[in-house]
Design a protein around this ligand. Structure first.
Ligand SMILES: [Zn+2]
Length: 67
């Protein structure tokens, strides 16, 4: 699993969602107001700069931290 950061386009709330990389482009609803939130891609890549398996399942750094 990886952690993605989102920001709500409606109320500007920021929150994190844990999901597999295959689901990273799914729409996520804001936990505060229920509106659609936007993924903050740059934050995730800045935290974990190097190891991301293109094939999907194995994300070495994040899985050690977040599971
Ligand atoms: Zn919201």
């Amino acid at each position: 699993m990886a952690v993605y950061e989102y920001v709500c386009s409606n109320c500007k709330k920021q929150f994190e969602v844990r999901r597999s990389i295959h689901e990273s482009n799914k729409v996520t609803a804001c936990p505060s107001c229920g509106k659609q939130a936007q993924k903050m891609v740059s934050v995730f890549s800045a935290k974990i700069p190097e190891i991301m398996d293109i094939q999907g399942e194995k994300i070495s750094v994040s899985s050690k931290i977040y599971t």
